[in-house]
Design a protein around this ligand. Structure first.
Ligand code: SAH
Ligand code: MG
Length: 223
């Protein structure tokens, strides 16, 4: 099937899902503000958001860490799975992005459960003081640091917890691009995780209605 037909068919299906599944108006507000403020529109999709929320709920997550907040779109999806005494810490380098995330969490009534830490994530991770292991870490920041973030996550997530990594397919370039060091490194990162966690790993492909339309969420269920 020609790519354009496939693209059209996916667009129809996702349009149907968007109209059928309930979606709090707050998410549309975050997306509109992201565009309005000139913040890059590189957040996860709504289907991914629902998947993050579901995964967090399924493991009864009470302590979540996110690396790469942007405007808080994914943060709100994750935070909405938390019980009243749950916590999410989210790390973001850009104050402008963090400010929108603050507003979003506030509007969601989730600001009491969330902490937005501004600064380079590797430095923030070194300074984090955790009083107990985490249930879930979602990695979605600068891709070359995936390995460092992942190793940190494995050391701080409880057995049976989840480590999730966004953008592991990048429209297939992660498997087809042999030239660029960026894609080679991402492929090596995927291989690194799969070599260690084998059948405890899956990659869920997600469609996005733009030119870069197929990406993947890696899910690692720690033993
Ligand atoms: N998780 C968000 C999207 C994150 S986009 C969502 O789906 O809604 C990636 C974010 O990581 C950007 O906001 C970028 O500013 C931030 N970022 C990039 N490098 C970083 C670093 N070294 N430390 C902390 N944040 C970083
Ligand atoms: Mg992402």
């Amino acid at each position: 099937m020609p790519t354009s037909n496939l693209h059209e068919r996916y667009a129809v299906v996702f349009d149907y899902l968007e109209r059928s599944l309930p979606d709090d108006p707050l998410y549309a507000w975050i997306l509109a503000e992201t565009a309005e403020r000139g913040i890059p529109q590189i957040q996860i999709t709504a289907e991914q958001g629902r998947t993050l929320r579901l995964l967090a709920s399924l493991i009864g997550a009470r302590r979540i860490l996110e690396i790469g907040t942007l405007g808080g779109y994914s943060t709100v999806w994750l935070a909405s799975a938390l019980p009243a005494d749950g916590r999410i810490i989210t790390l973001e380098m850009q104050p402008k992005h963090a400010a929108l995330a603050h507003e979003a969490l506030d509007r969601a009534g989730l600001d009491g459960r969330a902490q937005v830490v501004v600064g380079p994530a590797l430095a923030s991770l070194e300074q984090l003081e955790l009083d107990a292991p985490l249930d879930l870490v979602f990695i979605d920041a600068d891709k070359p640091s995936n390995r460092a973030y992942f190793d940190w996550a494995v050391a701080h997530v409880r057995p049976g917890g989840l480590v999730l990594v966004d953008n592991v397919l990048l429209n297939g370039r992660v498997s087809t691009d042999q030239e660029s060091a960026f894609y080679r490194d991402l492929r090596a990162f995927n291989d690194y995780v799969i070599a260690r966690y084998g059948e405890r790993v899956t990659v869920i492909p997600f469609f996005k209605d733009d030119e870069d339309n197929l990406d993947g969420l890696m899910v690692v269920h720690l033993p």
